[in-house]
Design a protein around this ligand. Sequence first.
Ligand code: FMN
Length: 180
Amino acid sequence: MTFDEMVVSRRSVRQYNDREVEKDKIEAMIHAAIWAPNAGNFQVLRFVAARDKGTLEKMKMFSPGMPRTAPCVIAICADLGEAEKRGGEFAKKIVPFDAAFAAQNMLLKAHHLGLGTCVVKSYNEKSINRILKLPGEVTVLLLVTVGYYDTVPEAPERKNLSEVLHYESWESEMRRDEQG
Ligand SMILES: Cc1cc2nc3c(=O)[nH]c(=O)nc-3n(C[C@H](O)[C@H](O)[C@H](O)COP(=O)(O)O)c2cc1C
């Protein structure tokens, strides 16, 4: 698959089959996450991979937007204590960006390995922290469901370049270079 095919064919998968996600594949995803850009290279992200059915059921109770059949959920968490130590308030504020970059690397790695994923932000933070037994200064920033799937979801529509891209300033004619 070319890079563009990889990027365009990745989908949010919300229906998984029963096949277990292997540890080496989880670790390959986390390896990709570790190499994502991160503010100041402070490296304050931590990850919890949950595959235990009881844990997953509890997480689903506090995450209405989580795909119900997910056999694995990876919580992208931040150690805010470490962030404060390394870069003060700035480092604490910027961690959601780190999580987003890490997530995208994880999603693409999973796709490359034949796994489906879905980013999930609809959850109760305190409850997820409690269920995963995160220590005091560690908090969840994003959840990523992971699993094998039988059916590829249809691609939701995307805007095209001319609807989103300006050159030089907002006021310039959009995509003037292509319109001649
Ligand atoms: C920050 C963020 C939060 C999201 N939260 C949820 C969620 O809670 N539940 C869900 O099913 N999908 C969630 N998604 C997935 C989006 O709905 C999905 O990416 C979008 O519809 C485009 O579909 P695609 O990923 O297949 O291209 C989230 C995506 C992002 C980036």
